[in-house]
Design a protein around this ligand. Structure first.
Ligand code: NAD
Length: 480
């Protein structure tokens, strides 16, 4: 049985209590490795190591830190295939998706912030000859970087790269459900010669590791990606301690199709937005609003498109969808589908677990599911399901669809499909979301401010936003 280890002070070590949790392969439903069941002792050790490392790391030049991130990327790239297979085995996603999205993006994250730090600048404010102000941007200290299971190595690198580039040291806590690629990444750090203690990775259960980390008095900055309820809990710990906090949380994203949209293109995007990564992307379009004039035609085309998706062994090249991440999560999704039926929803496609053959028969597979007939205010259209489930809803005009789109507590992303550019701008300006796509979905420029409104989060990540978040501004005023 493969044993995952913590990475603390430059070494791969067992948890201090010697205890481990089972780690499942979602495609088979079988335990295939164990992950440290760490606790406050491991966190204390990691924070201590990060604090000591901070003294030197925070004094290194931007060029040095940039080169170190590039080195991490180059070594990670040499291990790309190993990481693709590991991510798929740990998470259930198709290897083809890990090869197309997760690994390229992890490499880009490291390289992007390695470059960004060299192009960063800070402000100067001139007081008409009386004085000048300049603002220093200094690292903050030990940063906690906590990430979710849906895009494990992608989210981990998205957080640690800007934190390290700006001169902070890090204690990272990957999801206990998908710890493998973070473990492999700690080996990359060792191979690259990353100074000890600069990055520490502590594995284990959410609360048992998360609470001692976010409440640690020597951790002044916390960057979290995960569920809204966990974000609320973390905020209740960090706010009274005046820690800097970034929260990237859940979504219930509307995908709006007007009757003048490019039909084929919008059907294709609607299917991708609903089902990519088994619907387990915070940006998935799980509420699909279709103009009533094209509703029936669109519905048929979507069913046809989604029924062609091949759900199967994540290892095979022809699988479009793999397994969802865990048995608990599968059961939660299936119970939400039952709830949808009870609320009067009609299952147009899927709605059931898919049982595959042989080794895969205990795997957590769910057929892509399309539901219609639910009120936009009902629980299924308000709460995040985070699975391959889309609810389709007709609308008659702009005003009505804006009201329905904005009716949830979330505000992460939205997509609008129309060939009328004025309408696109008009509607985009009125949708309460941090990220809006017009005639596309999941097109990401790493420089843009990324994040959500309302209960989808606080703050923005990406480009200079991340560099600002991981630094403290200090203004210096000089009387002339
Ligand atoms: P989760 O909140 O259960 O867990 C996220 C991480 O937080 C995990 O590492 C977990 O172990 C840890 N955690 C749990 N309890 C903690 C605590 N008390 N203190 C500190 N850390 C704790 O979320 P999840 O189920 O892993 O991920 C799915 C959620 O993440 C969905 O809601 C999804 O929308 C969201 N998500 C958001 C974004 C975004 O950018 N907005 C991206 C990916 C996923």
């Amino acid at each position: 049985m493969k044993k995952i280890l913590n990475y603390i002070d430059g070494e791969l070590i067992e948890p201090i209590n010697g205890e481990y949790l089972d780690n499942f392969n979602p495609s088979t439903g079988k335990v295939y490795s164990v992950v440290p069941d760490s606790d406050h002792d491991d966190i204390n050790k990691a924070v201590k190591a990060a604090q000591i490392a901070y003294n030197e790391w925070s004094q290194t030049s931007k060029e040095y830190r940039s080169e170190m991130l590039l080195k991490l990327a180059n070594i990670l790239e040499l291990h790309t295939q190993e990481f693709i297979e590991a991510e798929s085995k740990d998470n259930g996603k198709p290897e083809t998706l890990a090869a197309k999205v997760d690994l390229p993006r992890a490499l880009t994250n490291l390289r992007f912030f390695a470059s960004a730090i060299l192009h960063d600048s800070s402000e100067m404010h001139d007081m008409d000859g009386e004085a000048i102000n300049y603002t220093l941007r200094q690292p903050i200290g030990v940063a906690a970087c906590i990430s979710a299971w849906n895009l494990p190595i992608y989210l981990l690198t998205w957080k640690i790269a800007p934190a390290l580039a700006t001169g902070n040291t890090v204690v990272a806590k990957p999801s206990e459900i998908t710890p493998m690629t973070a473990y492999l990444f700690s080996k990359v750090c060792i191979e690259a010669g990353l100074p000890k203690g600069v990055l520490n990775i502590v594995h284990g259960a959410g609360k048992k590791v998360g609470d001692p980390l976010t409440s640690h008095p020597d951790v002044p900055v916390v960057s979290f990606t995960g569920g809204t309820a966990t974000g609320q809990h973390i905020s209740s710990i960090t706010s009274p301690m005046f820690k800097k906090l970034s929260l990237e949380l859940g979504g219930k994203n509307p995908n709006i199709i007007f009757d003048d949209a490019d039909f084929e293109k919008s059907v294709s995007f609607a299917s991708r937005a609903a089902f990519t990564n088994q619907g387990q992307i915070c940006l998935c379009g799980s509420r699909l609003f279709i103009h009533e004039k094209i509703y029936e035609k669109f519905k048929k085309a979507l069913i046809q498109k989604a029924s062609k998706l091949n759900i199967g062994n994540p290892r095979s090249a022809d699988s479009n969808l793999g397994a969802v991440v865990s048995k608990d999560h599968m059961n939660k999704i299936l119970s939400k589908i039952k709830e949808a039926e009870k609320l009067g929803g009609k299952i147009l496609l899927g709605g059931t677990r898919k049982i595959l053959q042989g080794d895969l028969k205990e795997g957590y597979y769910i057929n892509p599911t399309i539901i219609e007939g639910l009120d936009y205010k009902c629980s299924i259209n308000q709460e995040e399901i985070f699975g391959p489930v889309v609810s389709i809803i007709p609308f008659k005009d702009e005003e009505q669809v804006i009201t329905m789109a904005n009716s949830t507590k979330y505000g992460l992303s939205a997509s609008i499909f129309t060939e009328n550019i004025s309408k696109a701008h008009r509607v985009a300006a009125k949708i309460d979301s941090g990220v809006i796509w017009i005639n596309t979905w999941l097109l990401r420029d790493l420089r843009i401010p990324f994040g959500g409104m309302k209960h989808s989060g606080i703050g923005r990540e990406g480009g200079f936003n991340s560099l600002r978040f991981f630094t403290e501004p200090k203004n210096i005023c000089i009387k002339l």
